[in-house]
Design a protein. Sequence first.
Length: 120
Amino acid sequence: MELKMKRIYESPAEADGFRILVDRLWPRGIKKEAAQLDAWLKDSAPSPDLRKWFDHDPDKFTAFKERYEEELVMNPQTSATVMKILKQLETTDVTLVYAARDPEINHVVVLRDFLEKQRK
Protein backbone atom coordinates (compact mmCIF):
# COMPACT_ATOMS: atom_id res chain seq x y z
CA MET A 1 0.00 0.00 0.00
CA GLU A 2 1.07 3.58 -0.59
CA LEU A 3 2.20 6.05 2.08
CA LYS A 4 1.43 9.68 1.20
CA MET A 5 1.70 13.14 2.73
CA LYS A 6 -0.81 15.98 2.42
CA ARG A 7 -1.37 19.36 4.05
CA ILE A 8 -4.59 19.54 6.00
CA TYR A 9 -5.47 22.71 4.09
CA GLU A 10 -5.74 20.69 0.85
CA SER A 11 -9.10 19.13 0.07
CA PRO A 12 -9.55 15.53 1.20
CA ALA A 13 -9.82 13.01 -1.64
CA GLU A 14 -10.92 9.41 -1.86
CA ALA A 15 -7.44 8.53 -3.14
CA ASP A 16 -6.01 9.61 0.25
CA GLY A 17 -7.09 6.33 1.79
CA PHE A 18 -6.82 6.29 5.59
CA ARG A 19 -6.15 9.89 6.71
CA ILE A 20 -4.05 10.36 9.86
CA LEU A 21 -3.30 13.75 11.40
CA VAL A 22 0.28 13.49 12.67
CA ASP A 23 0.57 16.89 14.38
CA ARG A 24 0.52 17.29 18.15
CA LEU A 25 -1.57 20.48 17.93
CA TRP A 26 -4.86 20.89 16.08
CA PRO A 27 -4.34 23.02 12.92
CA ARG A 28 -5.68 26.57 13.01
CA GLY A 29 -8.82 27.37 11.09
CA ILE A 30 -9.82 23.75 10.41
CA LYS A 31 -13.09 22.30 11.66
CA LYS A 32 -12.89 18.67 12.71
CA GLU A 33 -15.70 17.66 10.35
CA ALA A 34 -14.02 19.32 7.38
CA ALA A 35 -10.70 17.55 8.03
CA GLN A 36 -12.27 14.14 7.30
CA LEU A 37 -9.68 12.32 9.40
CA ASP A 38 -9.72 8.65 10.29
CA ALA A 39 -7.29 9.12 13.18
CA TRP A 40 -5.32 11.75 15.05
CA LEU A 41 -2.09 10.25 16.33
CA LYS A 42 -0.54 13.04 18.41
CA ASP A 43 2.20 10.75 19.72
CA SER A 44 3.65 10.40 16.23
CA ALA A 45 4.68 14.06 16.31
CA PRO A 46 7.95 15.31 17.82
CA SER A 47 7.96 16.10 21.53
CA PRO A 48 6.96 19.66 22.43
CA ASP A 49 10.55 20.50 23.40
CA LEU A 50 11.95 19.22 20.10
CA ARG A 51 9.23 20.97 18.09
CA LYS A 52 9.92 24.30 19.82
CA TRP A 53 13.69 23.91 19.43
CA PHE A 54 13.40 23.14 15.70
CA ASP A 55 10.91 25.95 14.96
CA HIS A 56 10.97 24.98 11.25
CA ASP A 57 14.48 26.41 10.88
CA PRO A 58 16.05 24.90 7.73
CA ASP A 59 19.53 25.20 9.28
CA LYS A 60 18.45 22.89 12.11
CA PHE A 61 16.75 20.27 9.92
CA THR A 62 19.59 17.73 9.85
CA ALA A 63 19.97 17.80 13.64
CA PHE A 64 16.18 17.79 14.04
CA LYS A 65 15.90 14.70 11.84
CA GLU A 66 18.41 12.81 13.98
CA ARG A 67 16.71 13.80 17.24
CA TYR A 68 13.22 13.02 15.96
CA GLU A 69 14.25 9.60 14.61
CA GLU A 70 15.72 8.87 18.05
CA GLU A 71 12.36 9.79 19.62
CA LEU A 72 10.57 7.52 17.15
CA VAL A 73 12.68 4.59 18.32
CA MET A 74 13.19 5.32 22.02
CA ASN A 75 9.81 6.68 23.17
CA PRO A 76 7.39 3.78 23.87
CA GLN A 77 4.29 5.84 23.04
CA THR A 78 5.78 7.01 19.76
CA SER A 79 6.93 3.48 18.89
CA ALA A 80 3.41 2.17 19.49
CA THR A 81 1.99 4.86 17.21
CA VAL A 82 4.49 3.96 14.49
CA MET A 83 3.32 0.35 14.75
CA LYS A 84 -0.33 1.46 14.34
CA ILE A 85 0.53 3.30 11.13
CA LEU A 86 2.52 0.35 9.77
CA LYS A 87 -0.36 -2.02 10.60
CA GLN A 88 -2.81 0.24 8.75
CA LEU A 89 -0.49 0.27 5.72
CA GLU A 90 -0.86 -3.50 5.45
CA THR A 91 -4.48 -3.09 4.31
CA THR A 92 -4.92 0.37 2.79
CA ASP A 93 -3.18 3.48 1.50
CA VAL A 94 -2.35 5.94 4.28
CA THR A 95 -2.02 9.71 4.04
CA LEU A 96 -0.07 11.50 6.75
CA VAL A 97 -1.89 14.81 7.20
CA TYR A 98 -0.02 17.82 8.58
CA ALA A 99 -0.28 21.61 8.87
CA ALA A 100 3.30 22.82 8.29
CA ARG A 101 3.76 25.27 5.42
CA ASP A 102 7.00 23.84 4.06
CA PRO A 103 6.41 20.47 2.35
CA GLU A 104 10.14 19.61 2.43
CA ILE A 105 11.34 20.74 5.85
CA ASN A 106 8.94 19.36 8.43
CA HIS A 107 8.52 16.39 10.74
CA VAL A 108 6.24 14.51 8.36
CA VAL A 109 9.04 14.08 5.83
CA VAL A 110 11.13 12.46 8.57
CA LEU A 111 8.20 10.32 9.76
CA ARG A 112 7.37 9.18 6.23
CA ASP A 113 10.98 8.20 5.50
CA PHE A 114 11.25 6.44 8.87
CA LEU A 115 8.05 4.46 8.19
CA GLU A 116 9.26 3.48 4.72
CA LYS A 117 12.52 2.16 6.21
CA GLN A 118 10.55 0.17 8.80
CA ARG A 119 8.39 -1.40 6.08
CA LYS A 120 11.44 -2.90 4.32
